[in-house]
Design a protein around this ligand. Sequence first.
Ligand code: AMP
Ligand code: ZN
Length: 475
Amino acid sequence: MALRFYNTLTQEVEPFQPLQGNTVRMYTCGPTVYNFVHIGNFRTFTFQDILRRWLRYRGYELDHVMNVTDVDDKIIVNAAKENKSIEEYTAGFTKAFFEDAAALRLEQPEHVAPATKHIPEMVSAIQRLAEKGCTYTSDGSTYFRISTFPQYGKLSHNDFSGIRSGARVDVDEYDKADARDFVLWKGKRDDEPSWDTPFGAGRPGWHIECSAMAMSYLGETLDIHAGGVDLIFPHHENEIAQSESISGKSFARFWLHSEHLHIESQKMSKSLGNFYTLRDLFEIGHAPESIRYLLASVPHRKKLNFTFEGLKAAAKSVERLRDFELRVTSTRFPAGRNQDVSERSNEAIRQFEAGMDDDLNTAEALAAIFEYVRAMNTAIDDGQFQEENRWDAARVLEVFDGVFDVLKPSAPNALRGYGQAPSGPSDAEIEALIEERAQAKKARNFARSDEIRASLLEQGVVLEDTKDGVRWKRK
Ligand code: AMP
Ligand code: ZN
């Protein structure tokens, strides 16, 4: 069966193909950089990374835009508290976001679009809305009149037809019970940062940035628009109203939304104060790969309840896969290729693909890999796994890791702060010490060989003596 996604717009699982040629034009809502991003946010960004990787595995090219919201109510308040300009204030958090994203091995979208670098695009979008009669001004601010867009509510599947025209909402985030004409441009207040425009000085409302940037980079109709479920209303509903009023065309064909990460049965959020950042988890010794695995292992439309047991189980799963990889690469097997083992390997890849094609069902895809690993460990124990089956297993792990990307351990410094030189030994240094240890043993200098083993262990490197030689791994 072909690649298919659940589409929030149609509420159905639909086969996916890009509209034009082989390139998927995709827009995802990025972070608001007023603080360190928490791991709930990173659940959504990890889902988007898995989506990217799977689209590429299926042969598509990507043209992906992610915005960075670097001007909004919270940023303005926080920057003022610290006596900083909004540029100064957001620069640090933007940098931290990309460092965190890199530690989690999230690919960079083809375009990263900060809102403040796209004010002219937003101004022109608002002007076009004004020309079409979709806006009005009140107290120096410009609003979108939702009665001009009768399909309003089609994404969130709410009926807003009874809404009183002319009632307005100035804040960017609100509940569907508060659905009213929303602000496109906020008139200048006090000493808030502002830009001059033909419709007055001020700053953009949150929703217009995504419509303006998506359409200027990707055209009027996108293949995919994605974000967390909390964005369905009002943010994405408002994006549709703005974009479709301008173009008269469907704004995005597929809307993909990821469920929340919860902690103690509550949504993890900055406003509730119940959040962990990636840095918090690194500080107490958790590896980026365990976190990435945990975030990716629950399919994106299911809630994920974050617990430390869950995180430890994720670390165990990663370790089991690494152990299997090590076993396959470092054991000496009987010569030849067992056809049954090869066929079982192909079957594992087919099952993995079937899971991923099914609306990115990562749980199903992982189950295929773990069943395979179990079967192969038995085959090895029984002497069925032969020398050339190594390549079959390598291929399975390559397909798996192309998406999950957890097999290679991060340099130890990723666990403490960023941007420092790696503090642990490099692979080459470890190999050299293993060789020295072998020589020491040969010369019956056991004091030295034990010393090398102990010192490597202290640096997080475990040596294992097997009949085929020494294997090592980072803890
Ligand atoms: P923000 O920085 O608040 O604009 O959010 C960035 C992204 O994270 C958006 O796509 C949100 O929908 C998503 N998000 C926020 N909280 C959570 C959560 N607890 N779990 C998963 N995604 C979330
Ligand atoms: Zn957005």
